[in-house]
Design a protein. Structure first.
Length: 423
């Protein structure tokens, strides 16, 4: 009597374990209502299974078990949790696969002690431990993989699905597995190896996509910072212009007073002073593109503040494959890195940056070189960042050039760090 009660409790735990793994994998929210719904669903279909066991016996009940358990669980996920049929089926197949380790633990304990009760108790204990492990370490990651794309869901569920059909075909509906057939023994290892190979290919493809997305994010971040620099420059110019407009009437009054006195020398001196002030607040003009002028003016001012001798020769072609945003991002990152490298040089006379932008064979060519304190190291053609969280600028520069089918090179020669690009 006790053995039968433990056996029935084991079957209930098996149904509850499989159902909870499936609905958790499908993304069921942990609420009291959902737990009650799953509990009532499990009890209802366990009663249905007991009735079938009573009417048709164990052998027939096992053969129709997919209709009594697996199909209802799949429909519950589709109808109650509102999940797509592919995620619902995959969750069910994976939950079936997760039921196997507790079954193996129970079988081992039952064989060691030669006792069916130990088999049942081993299964029950292993099921609780397995569910805790899956809930804490596996289910969230597996769910994200399923929801990532159709391809990832199909690959993730393929092995559990094949195992499901193979298990029922070779052990429940036939005795193919127990006959010791070589085909039966080798089928699952071959299948797992094949899908492992496919998974590696898929994983590599996904890693490439993630790397591309990360480069896009880095570039967008750099472009955002570049826009902030432009806005900061514009605000500074507006403030300077507003201040100068405010002072203009004072200048005119002073000039009028000097004119009444016919003091021509003072007027000339004062006009030269005003002209120099105007030049100080007027952006330097390097080319015809205003956004590029703003960026270059901003970095020219930065270089001057820290005592860096900056020479720029910018001759942009009429047509560019790069957008203004991409060109400004490329120049901003290059000049920012150059200024950072020069700032570390103790002797201000050695702080030098040279920028050349020109056109050759209908291609935009960029050559920027700067002096440095410490010679940089390189990895896969890119300079290594010395601090954590740095190095995105050079990656963004490389990405922009490669995006337009161009070529680039970072190098060191005769005390100069050189970046050259053609796009």
């Amino acid at each position: 009597m006790l053995e039968s009660a433990i056996a029935f409790f084991r079957y209930f735990i098996a149904l509850l374990f499989g159902t909870m793994v499936a609905v958790s994998l499908a993304g069921m929210v942990r609420t009291r209502k959902n737990y009650l719904s799953v509990g009532c669903f499990t009890i209802l279909f366990f009663i249905v299974q007991l009735v079938c066991l009573r009417v048709w016996g164990m052998e027939r009940t096992i053969k129709i078990y997919p209709l009594l358990s697996h199909l209802p669980v799949t429909l519950f996920i589709i109808l109650y949790l509102k999940q797509p049929w592919l995620i619902s089926l995959t969750s069910m197949f994976v939950s079936f696969l997760c039921c196997q380790p507790p079954r193996w633990v129970g079988a081992v304990l039952g064989g060691v002690f030669d006792n069916a009760v130990m088999d049942h108790l081993g299964y029950i204990t292993a099921a609780f431990l397995m569910y805790y492990f899956l809930q804490k370490y596996v289910l969230n990651s597996a769910r994200h993989l399923m929801e990532r794309s159709l391809k990832s869901c199909l690959l993730f569920g393929a092995v559990p699905a094949f195992y499901y059909f193979f298990d029922y075909a070779s052990t429940v509906y036939t005795d193919f597995m127990y006959r010791g057939s070589r085909v039966a023994v080798q089928f699952m290892p071959f299948l797992i190896s094949a899908f492992y190979f496919l998974f590696l290919l898929f994983y590599y493809e996904e890693m490439q996509k993630q790397a591309s997305i990360q480069r896009e994010r880095d570039m967008l971040d750099m472009q955002f910072r570049q826009v902030q620099t432009e806005l900061s420059s514009l605000r500074q110019l507006q403030q300077n212009a507003a201040a100068y407009r405010h002072d203009l009437r004072h200048h005119l009054a002073l000039l009028q007073g000097l004119a009444y006195k016919e003091n021509l020398g003072e007027i000339k001196r004062y006009l030269q002073l005003v002209q120099s002030d105007l030049e100080a607040i007027t952006p330097m003009r390097f080319c015809e593109r205003e956004t590029v002028n703003l960026i270059l003016s901003s970095f020219a001012a930065k270089a001057k503040q820290v005592g860096i001798f900056l020479v720029m020769d910018v001759r942009l072609p009429d047509r560019l494959t790069l957008s203004d945003t991409e060109l400004c991002s490329l120049l901003s990152n290059a000049l920012e890195n150059a200024i950072q490298a020069c700032k570390g040089i103790s002797d201000s006379k050695d702080r030098q940056i040279s920028l050349r932008v020109f056109s050759k064979n209908s291609k935009l060519c960029l050559d920027i070189r700067n002096s440095y304190q410490t010679e940089p190291s390189f990895y896969q053609g890119l300079p290594l960042a010395k601090e954590q969280g740095h190095g995105f600028g050079t990656k963004s520069m490389a990405y922009i050039v490669e995006k337009h089918g161009g070529v680039y090179r970072f190098s060191v020669k005769d005390g100069w760090f050189i970046f050259q690009a053609t796009a």
